[in-house]
Design a protein around this ligand. Sequence first.
Ligand SMILES: [Zn+2]
Length: 262
Amino acid sequence: MRPTARLLRALGLSLSVVLGCTADPTDFVHQDDAEEGDSQYGVSEAAAAPGVRVPTSLGLTRNGTFYLTFDDGPSARYTRRIMEVLATHHAPATFFVTGANIAGNEAILREENTAGHHVANHQWSHVVATSTQFTGFLTRERDTLDRALGVPHPRLFRYPYGAGNTAKEAVVRANGYPDGGIGWDVDTLDWCFGPDAYCDKVPTAYRRDYVGWVVSEARRTGGGVMLFHDIQGVTAINLDTILTRLEGLGYHFGALPSRGLP
Ligand SMILES: [Zn+2]
């Protein structure tokens, strides 16, 4: 992370917010910023940290099954392309949507829902919310998603940057999301692989091998929730290859449970 990004993060801000970069959400990439995987937690702590962990209440079968998740969309540029690949592989997914990217892209959310994917809550604004902001960011996103879809969305929530804590977890549950924040087991770090991306998270051997990195991490974990971003071109371009490789290794793709729906 660049020093500027580190400073902004310390202030609870994202660079894109500071720059007011909202004109084209598909340009709202995180190349200068932290992303979900750039957690403040180390690997050993991650298992227990609210927001980063995958709640056991979801009852997932991690052995050989991956649960694909795509954050920060919808993207007019990439999300439909990703959905086409998912359809080819009969792979269900969960799209954790950033509220500020919804306006003008409501049709994409309805297409995700119609295709059988989950449309889920990634907070209204992609920042580390203060405790004062948090309830409003959570519920504004919840209500906007339901309005855009015309039906309730599955009550699944993921914190931007995985930045949960015990107090926020109580707010999430009180507002209809029974599992609290949904973290991940495999971080693809896709935001690290763009042409101009700066990132020191990827081991040197994989710096220019996004597919190899994801497959390596998949083999290391053997299953679980996998974190991508549908605003990242590198994911749109390589997803078909990644899913084909994972299928070749005998892995399956599963859906997160439909929380809070009748
Ligand atoms: Zn995010």
